[in-house]
Structures are given as C-alpha cells and as structure tokens.
Ligand binder design. Sequence first.
Ligand code: ASP
Length: 437
Amino acid sequence: MSARKMPLHTRILIGLVLGAVAGLACQQALGTDHPDLRWWVDNVAKPIGQVFLRMIFMIVVPLLVSALILGVADIGDAKKVGRVGVRALAMTVLLSGIAVAIGLTAVNLVKPGIGLDQVQKDRLFELYADKADAQKKVEQAGQAKSVGETLLELIPANPVQEAARALEGGLLPLMVFSLIFGIALSGIAAEKALPVRAFMEGLFEVSQKVIGYAMSIAPYGVFALVFSTTALLGLDALSALGRYAVLVLVALAFHQIVTYSVVLKLIARINPLDFFRRIRTVMLTAFATSSSNATLPEALRSAREDLGLPRDISSFVLTVGATANQNGTALFEGITVLFLAQFFGITLDLGQQITVILLCVLAGVGTAGVPGGSWPMIAIVLTKVGVPPESIGLVLGIDRILDMSRTVLNVTGDLTIATCVTKMEERSGLEYRDAAG
Ligand code: ASP
C-alpha cells in the first residue's frame, strides 16, 4: 500500500512510533544535553510540530461558536417538542457529569502523569511553553474571587474581546455568549433565523475542513512532537503515556458497562444486556468510524428496528445527541486535561477541578461528532487551567484507539437517552390516562 493510500490514523501511528524510536535513539546515543540534539529539537522538530498545532488553534473560535450556537438552537427547538427536549437535556447533563466525575476520580487515584523529576518538567515547559507565563495563568486562575464576581464575569460585556483572548481564558464567557445567542436564535421567526443558521452551518463546515487540513499534516507534526519529547525526556515520557492510555480505556469501559446499565435498569426499567445486544452493530459502526455523525444513520435505523423506539423521539434525540451528547468525549477530556496537568507538575485545587468538570460537560456539547473532534476543545480547557495547549501533541499520537472507544460511548449514550425518554413518556401517558379514566 502506498503511503498516500494508507488511512490517516495508521500514518499518525507510524509518525508516533518513528518519532519515539528516533527520539530515544538520539537521546541514548548523544545524551539529552548534547548541543547538536538541542539544535535539531529547537530549530527543526519544534517548529514543525508548531505548524500543525497552530492550524488547530486558529480555528478554535469559529468552530466552538458555530457548534454551540447550532447545538443550542436545536435543543431550543426541543421546547416545541415539549417535555422530550427537557428530559433529554437533563439526561445529557446528568450522564456527562457522571462521565467526567468518573474520569477525574480515576486520574486522581492512579495519577498516571506523576513521575517526572523537576529537571524533566522544566525541559517540558521549555519545549512547550513559557513557564513563567503558564505559572502566571495558574496563579490568576487560582486567585480567590467572590462568587458574585466569578458569576458576573461569565457574562461577557464584549464577546469579540473574549473571542480574541479565547486561548487565554476568554473561553467560558464566549461559551455563555454562544448559548444565549443559540437560545435567541431558536426563539425568532423561522424566516429570519434561516440565514443566520445557514451561515453558522457554513462556518461549522469550513471549520471542520480546516481541522481536516491540520489532520492531514498530523503524521509529521506528531513525529516532530514525539521526537522532541522523547529526545529530552527518554522512556519516562513513554511509560506515562502508556499508563494514561490504559486508564482512559478502563474508565470508558466502566462508564459503558456500569453507568449505562444502572441508568437503563433504573430509569428505562429494561434489561441492559439485551439492550447492548440489540445495538451491537451501532457500537461496531461507531468503533470503526470514530464518528458519531457517521454512525447516525445506523443509530436511527437501530432505534426503530432493533429497539422499537418511536420515530419522532428517536430521530430528535439521536440527531441532536450526535453532536450535543458526548459522554465518552467528556470523560476523555477530563482525564486528558488532568493527566497533562500532572505531567507538567501543575496542581489543580478542588475549585479548578470543578471548573474542569463544567468545561468538559460544555465541551461535550460543543464537540463535533467527527474523528478527533475533541482536540480543539481540549486545547481551550488546558489553557483555562494553565497547561500549555501545545502539549496535546504529546497524546495525539495514540488518539485513534481512544477516539474509536469514546465514540462507542457517545452513541450508546444517545440511544440510552432515547430509550429512557421514550419509557418516561410512555409512563406519563399511562398516568394521564389513568387520571382521566
Ligand atoms: N470522535 C468523537 C465522536 O465523533 C468526537 C471526539 O471525541 O473526538 O463522537
């Protein structure tokens, strides 16, 4: 198979393996502080890695704003569908909240990112960011503010200004602006809303295209970033990465098997094993494609044919959920942010961890249902807690298998919500009939 025809994720994996082997070989042969090695890292590898990362960062604001506005406008339409929308929304928040909490608990218990010594951490900062700058951000983030002040700051007086400093903490107010804009968009006359929606849809498509460009140079970017990291840190970086990947997979499996089963048993009152058996082709499609959007047609078919859900509820919940309900992604984002913080030696207090939970739940709503859709969101959450966003280059090389796995949860979550909401609706219907009869 020629290199061009090889699937992108295979090429990225090859970039990772070659980068790690080359970096380790140079480190062993020359020693970390060899001036030639430093020169190659600083003048060749680092800039190549940066090109790739900057392509992702440049598109964060348009992607986030358009995805959130459209996501919320769709949920806003749900008001017209009445209770179904409210119930689906409440379950999205509940399931995503539990998912991130599982992720954070796992990462706090196992601490996969701990283990580098101070010299290695300093090298990491040198490689990825200005340490003083990062520390300033952490201090700023940690400075105690009154609750009133904090809440007030969430409402931006000038959203354009927040957009301009999105990578320096303007993210949350920008998200709040997008939420309000989306709600308002769903509340105006359809013919007036149409052009704005069409524009947002176009913007969203263009943003995804740019992410596609960035991903097409990802194999080289990942090679360069992993080369730099292993050349400076050696095997320690790789073993931390291995611990992180296993932890993500175990936490995802826990949410898939335990949380969904409990919710299906308690709320929908059905047998979870039977449910998983019926939707197995959907889960396989999600795993193979790494994309909630690409899995949507199969999920819609399965909801009707395998689960027997009514068309109106399932098509509404699944279509909106393909973008807005991403529990696997929320869990993964929580673990990744905390792992990278540990790796860089940045301690997040409880308040900051709660901010991470909120941001990851919101980021789950704003993440596009495409392969690697979560990376722009992770970059902004990292900035918010003072971790250099460039550090995502470290974990990107092993992302494909994690992406395939979290996408399975994303679509299982949509089908779980559709099933629960249907059963709740049926029960309310019966209560009404009983009361009337
Ligand atoms: N690939 C995921 C999905 O489509 C999004 C992500 O987490 O990157 O659901």
